[in-house]
Design a protein around this ligand. Structure first.
Ligand SMILES: Cc1cc2nc3c(=O)[nH]c(=O)nc-3n(C[C@H](O)[C@H](O)[C@H](O)COP(=O)(O)OP(=O)(O)OC[C@H]3O[C@@H](n4cnc5c(N)ncnc54)[C@H](O)[C@@H]3O)c2cc1C
Length: 427
């Protein structure tokens, strides 16, 4: 008998497996439909022996010391500060927009002070900022919006920024200094031996059994367990009862070239040319030395694996309906980006998983019902009585988790606290 059936071996599922096994001596079965652990952060050595990220570049950054220290138990790190160039008007210029971007683009020699004045002179102040277009035009004016944001966003989302929630571009900074780092978080690093190696260590506890190539539906009725942690798509769990939650997808085209370095920076964004949005050269991220180099091109797609929840009010409403079902489902804990229909960075998912573990561990009784819960009953039938169930502890605010040393709950700082979408289409 397993204490937990964990659906999904990405960050959310693997961290809960690790905590429950190592700290609470629970017996865990973790299943994934894919043929590997690590979820979207999975990396592997390709046929030329170059370490690549199968599902697009994953750059670790966080302001949460707790998250960083927790993961540091399972990996050493390579210091890495991410940098991106954008191909605009035939030039490669720093992105996010900074002093060098504007000087290079317009052949100017502005100081930081003069750039502030420049932005003020071109900005179109908006009384109410509602859309992704409003955010950018309000800050840097229409011309820079057209050059850097409009077409990129249309490519990425298939929607004009004037129809997209402000959250998508709200957190792309504009700088008046020469800082060309993509992120400014306190901790910026890559797992020294890759993400998959880190996941192997997370899941190495003898209490954890792993089943790959397995949909949980194939086994939930035949393998007994007490509770479920579900990190798959929330609408799928409820058989799309209210319809599908819309996602934007990506197709990744990987390529290896017979040269040591191909492009001048880790990522080049192409706002206006090509069907792909950006190209990443992995050796910048991993620090690997190799005669050849591998790149990945990202082509946005309407159909395919669910990657980016589409932030529109009607989708938030639809998610609310599924969340109500999830809250009313006993003995199933919905966690992670797919189960909560939010774009979370990796550190936010780590924080969310640690927080859920803390809540589970604090319960007076681990399993209110002594007997195993037949899995089928764990899926809430659409009845009024089930809808009125008390929310399980996993539905409490996700802001605390115990520190390793004291065991006391502590507020998360930085990214961990916010737990809000940070998507800008180019995370
Ligand atoms: C293109 C892209 C780039 C990104 N770049 C960054 C970045 O640079 N930095 C950053 O911090 N974050 C980045 N992210 C976000 C990051 O991928 C997520 O934060 C993280 O992977 C979420 O972990 P998770 O466990 O919630 O979900 P996932 O990693 O998606 O894991 C969920 C797992 O559940 C499995 N599953 C689903 N349904 C079932 C089922 N029915 N039965 C069994 N298994 C199932 C899936 O196969 C999957 O492996 C990026 C995301 C994308 C899409």
């Amino acid at each position: 008998m397993f204490d937990y059936l964990i659906v999904g071996a990405g960050f959310a599922g693997s961290i809960l497996a690790e905590r429950l096994a190592s700290q609470s001596d629970k017996k865990i079965l973790i299943v994934d439909t894919r043929n590997h652990i690590g979820g979207n952060a999975y990396d592997h050595y390709n046929e030329d022996g170059i370490l690549v990220h199968k599902y697009g570049p994953h750059i670790f950054h966080t302001n949460s010391r707790d998250v960083f220290e927790y993961l540091s138990r399972f990996t050493e790190w390579r210091q890495y500060e991410h940098r991106v160039l954008a191909s605009v008007d035939g030039q490669l210029v720093p992105m996010p927009i900074n002093l060098d971007t504007i000087n290079k683009l317009y052949g100017l020699n502005l100081t930081a002070f003069e750039l502030t004045e420049f932005f003020a002179s071109v900005a179109e102040p908006k009384e109410q900022i509602r859309t992704s277009e409003d955010v950018v035009v309000n800050k840097v004016g229409r011309e820079l919006y057209e050059k850097f944001f409009r077409n990129y966003t249309i490519k990425q989302w298939g929607i004009d920024p004037s129809d997209l929630d402000k959250s998508v571009t709200a957190r792309v900074p504009t700088r008046t200094n020469r800082d060309d780092r993509y992120f400014t978080d306190t901790y910026q690093a890559m797992p020294l031996h890759g993400y998959t190696r880190m996941f192997e260590k997370l899941l190495a506890h003898p209490n954890i059994k792993i089943m790959l190539n397995t949909d949980y539906r194939e086994i939930q009725d035949v393998i007994p367990y007490k509770e479920m942690i579900y990190t798959g798509p929330v609408d799928g769990y409820f058989d799309y009862r209210y319809g599908k939650l819309p996602y934007r997808s990506l197709e990744f085209k990987h390529e290896t070239l017979n040269e040591q370095v191909h492009q001048p920076q880790a990522v080049i964004n192409y706002p206006n040319e090509h069907l792909y949005t950006r190209v990443t050269e992995f050796k910048y991220l991993t620090g690997q030395e190799h005669q050849k180099t591998s790149l990945v091109y990202e082509y946005p797609r309407a159909e395919g694996d669910p990657y980016y929840p589409v932030p529109r009010p009607e989708n938030a409403e639809l998610y609310k309906q599924y969340k109500a079902l999830a809250d009313a489902t006993p003995n199933v804990h919905f966690v992670g980006r797919l189960a909560t229909y939010k774009y979370y960075n990796m550190d936010q998912v780590v924080a969310q998983a640690l927080s859920l573990y803390a809540q589970l561990a604090e319960r007076p009784s681990w399993h209110p019902e002594e007997e195993s819960v037949p899995a089928k009953k764990a899926i809430a039938p659409d009845t009024a009585s089930n809808r009125s169930f008390q929310p399980s502890p996993s539905k409490l605010p996700l802001t605390n988790f115990p520190t390793s040393s004291s065991g006391k709950s502590e507020k998360l700082n930085g990214n961990g606290k916010a737990l809000s979408p940070t998507q800008n289409g180019s995370a």
